[in-house]
Design a protein around this ligand. Sequence first.
Ligand code: KIV
Length: 278
Amino acid sequence: MTQNENTTEIQRVSLADVMASKNKTPLVCLTAYTTPMAKIIDQYCDVILVGDSLGMVVYGMDNTLGVTMDMMINHGKAVMRGAKHAFVIVDMPYGSYEESPQQALQNARKIIGETGAQALKLEGGADMAETIKLLHEHDIPVMAHIGLKPQHVEKEGGYRVKGKTNEQISDLINDALQAEKAGAFSLLIEGTIEDVAENITNSVSIPTVGIGASPACDGQILVIDDMLGMIREHRPKFAKLYANIGDQIEDAAKTYAEEVQARTFPSAEFTYHTKVKR
Ligand code: KIV
């Protein structure tokens, strides 16, 4: 899916387009949290996710549990200002949907209403089926996030690849089937082995988007800060480095500091001068 090159009008990727991508050209998905980033990546993405990973990569939190509705709404609005082509999905933050389907509906309406995003993502499969169903019945498209679920890592004792035991595999397939039956338009599969991702992808008729879940999925997503080298302390095995912006920023800051201290910046080129003779 690319922008129509013959017109200047930008056509937004629709829910139908995303759903029709099953078994076709893989969906290109990235996270974004700000307007400038959304503007830069928009034309190359089918989907932009305003992920609650922003708690870690933008706010420096240890996990995603402290992310609030206000954060998701503000960053969702920022991304919507920049993304005119991609289908934009906003994450429902921890604590905003697990209590009851009604709580989820109320907060889902608030996020969609205030951001104008096209869809929401929440973590869960079989355990969230009732909630997904209610949101679907109220025309709120839901992507279900299964496999490694970052909002559950504290409870589960860390970031662990899923699908290594028969029990985990049948849980994952059940999650996928229940989420699809409840009306999810897509599944995000995080942190699982190739055979399992393939099995899930072949078991459902909605597109799967993988992160650390092999090429067997119908699309791929990465956290933008990981693939740009912005997070230098740790990068997951699956996060290929497509650019090393972190090092470039450090080099730029170092050169700037040297030039300021040597009084070579600002030079005449970067200084206002009067044309009036005094
Ligand atoms: O919050 C996020 O960025 C995610 C990633 C796993 C894509 O859900």
